[in-house]
Unconditional design. Structure first.
Length: 156
């Protein structure tokens, strides 16, 4: 299966942005884009809030801690060998609503990216499910880097 990146539908980059939001696509499917599309249809207010958070965070410098409550780093994410430092999973929050979008940072020659992995709808008492959602996002990130490392290795 092919792993690629795709722009987030509905997110219009601005000249003020310090990073571009994109989504991982594996085998033609993007868990992040699928979740955003579901929110757009079934929970428009949640969709609006997560897109507004994305717009704000795109314009912020890293690290976010102390700048905003819209982003939180996963305390569960331990970077495996081969995954670049700084690629930890973060949670983008559609405050005060429950939508969450998981992403990691990727510095490229074309500029910094916020690579969206998957979404999650947080509810009261959903801590274990949220832990599982963070773990699943980390697995998508690991698959992304695994495929990139394999592709570079195939260039020899």
């Amino acid at each position: 299966m092919t792993v690629t990146l795709r722009d987030i539908p509905g997110h219009e980059p601005s000249p003020l942005d310090k990073r571009r939001f994109v989504a991982v696509v594996i085998g033609g499917k993007s868990p992040a884009i699928e979740e955003l599309n579901e929110w757009r249809k079934s929970a428009p207010e949640h969709y609006r809030r997560i897109m507004a958070a994305m717009k704000k965070v795109a314009r912020m410098d890293r690290p976010y801690m102390g700048q905003t409550k819209l982003v939180e780093k996963s305390s569960r994410d331990k970077l495996p060998v081969g995954i670049p430092a700084g690629s930890e999973v973060f949670e983008l929050k559609g405050i005060p609503e429950p939508p969450r979008l998981f992403f990691f940072h990727l510095d490229t020659v074309r500029g910094p990216l916020a690579v969206c992995l998957s979404g999650y709808h947080k509810t009261t008492g959903s801590g274990r499910r949220q832990d599982g959602a963070f773990d699943a996002a980390g697995a998508i990130r690991n698959r992304f880097f695994s495929d990139i490392i394999k592709a570079v290795g195939d260039l020899k």
